[in-house]
Design a protein around this ligand. Structure first.
Ligand SMILES: [Mn+2]
Length: 446
């Protein structure tokens, strides 16, 4: 017998209350506020989606709150307000608790009838079934009874309701995705366990990366969290440029169609720049800027937090400093909806000889310059792209141990703060050093 057509939204792991910005204190105030609010902004975006799509119900698969959220908390009140808005739209919502929100007031508030009528929170003592006769839908679910649930809760789930579309709602570690030890492998499930049930759809929560685990003959799926929380791979949008969000599921004659819907306001990205051997520093920087701008173009209206990674083999592998690249990229890309939060230089030397050659060519360039040019060269090229320590380390490799009092490498930046005499001393010393290096002499003082 064919069931009625219906549609629902499957979402999990909102982690409302998580202080994302703790680690990103360098964000400017407006950016900080936007990122900090992003997990709660998901609720507004979800209401907007619900208004547009008019789903019949919403499934929330655990970790709604990041921790033990009391009902007096502002975030709890905002969530309750969100439930009310859905109630006004005539949309029911079915919730289970996960490991993060087990000690929140969500279940107790529901049991005390303090949540709107459209809201159902599954019990923690045992699995329960909620049937929607109108659509011939049976939702089976269970909340976590404690933070660390090592029991296989699903094994005690009810038998499917005949001729109904059966949905299992659970916060679970499927196939031990994170290869966790026994005590962290929460409410574990695996394919063999699910196969025994004749359910149609397993609505999972817990893993933050979106993934359809089983497609046929039934669905098992993690929608992933609707707002990235950090730079971890499961929280970033590298391979999913459409962001993070939820699944809208349209069921016709028991055939589900899953449509991903983004709900995030702030996105973590890793921009990888593939560097070729002979590209110089400015080329590498330009390519990185281009990469970031293309990410920006593909993600309009979103706040972007970007980690830059340089990969490949390069003659300049040791000349690019993460801190300096970060500063120069943020200066170049001064947009209010973008922040480069970290630069990681993973470049490797092309060959040992190549890298030494690169150092030598810098030194040669030094030697060939007049005093004034030399000053700006040292300032812009050497000190901008090389720490004193790195430079010294590489000179050491080629020319043996250097004394501690190397004028070039020990001097501060040539700047207005240094007087003329100091400045010419640095320049003269640098020329002397450069000439000694080029002539193959030891760098040690005579
Ligand atoms: Mn969890």
């Amino acid at each position: 017998m064919a069931g009625k057509e219906f549609k629902f939204i499957h979402i999990s792991d909102l982690h409302i209350g998580r202080e994302i910005t703790k680690k990103y204190s360098f964000l400017v105030p407006d950016q900080e506020i936007r990122v900090r609010r992003s997990p709660i902004k998901v609720l507004d975006n979800l209401v907007a989606l619900a208004e547009e799509e008019q789903p019949d119900f919403i499934l929330l698969a655990g970790d709604t709150f990041d921790d033990d959220m009391p009902s007096s908390d502002n975030y709890f009140k905002k969530f309750k307000n969100f439930l009310k808005k859905l109630d006004q739209l005539n949309i029911d919502i079915y919730i289970v608790l996960g490991n993060h929100d087990v000690d929140s007031d969500l279940l107790t508030s529901f049991e005390a009838k303090k949540l709107p009528e459209n809201t159902y929170v599954f019990p923690a003592k045992n699995a329960d079934t909620f049937t929607i006769d109108n659509f011939k839908v049976a939702i089976h679910g269970q909340s976590y009874p404690k933070k660390v649930v090592t029991e296989k809760l699903v094994e005690k789930f009810p038998k499917p309701v005949k001729d109904f579309y059966n949905i299992g709602l659970i916060h679970t570690s499927y196939e031990n995705t994170y290869k966790l030890d026994e005590t962290h492998n929460y409410a574990p499930t695996n394919k063999a366990m699910l196969d025994k049930f004749e359910y149609n759809y397993w609505a999972f929560g817990h893993i933050h990366k979106r993934e359809i685990l089983i497609q046929d003959p039934y669905i098992a799926v993690y929608p992933g969290n609707p707002q990235g929380l950090s730079t971890k791979p499961s929280e970033t949008c590298n391979d999913i440029s459409d962001g993070k969000g939820c699944f809208l599921v349209e069921v016709k004659n028991f055939e589900p169609e899953l449509i991903f819907k983004p709900l995030d306001d702030a996105r973590f990205f890793t921009a990888v720049t593939e560097v070729k051997k002979d590209q110089d520093i400015s080329e590498i920087v330009n390519n990185t800027v281009k990469k970031i701008e293309s990410i920006q173009n593909e993600n309009p209206g979103k706040f972007l937090m970007i980690t830059v990674e340089l990969e490949g083999k390069s003659d300049y592998y040791n000349l690019i400093l993460e801190e300096e690249l970060l500063t120069s990229l943020n200066e170049e890309l001064e947009y209010e909806d973008l922040n480069i939060i970290k630069c990681i230089n993973k470049l490797k030397p092309s060959t040992k000889e190549d890298s030494l050659e690169a150092i030598e060519s810098i030194v040669k360039e030094l030697e060939g310059l007049g005093i004034e040019d030399l000053e700006s060269f040292i300032n812009e090229t050497v000190f901008d792209h090389l720490t004193k320590k790195e430079f010294k380390k590489n000179l050491n490799k080629k020319f043996g141990d250097l004394p501690k009092s190397i004028p070039l490498t020990e001097q501060k930046f040539i700047s207005d703060e240094i007087d003329e005499q100091e400045s010419s001393e640095i320049v003269n010393n640098s020329k002397k050093i450069a000439s000694r290096i080029i002539n193959g002499l030891s760098y040690k003082d005579d």
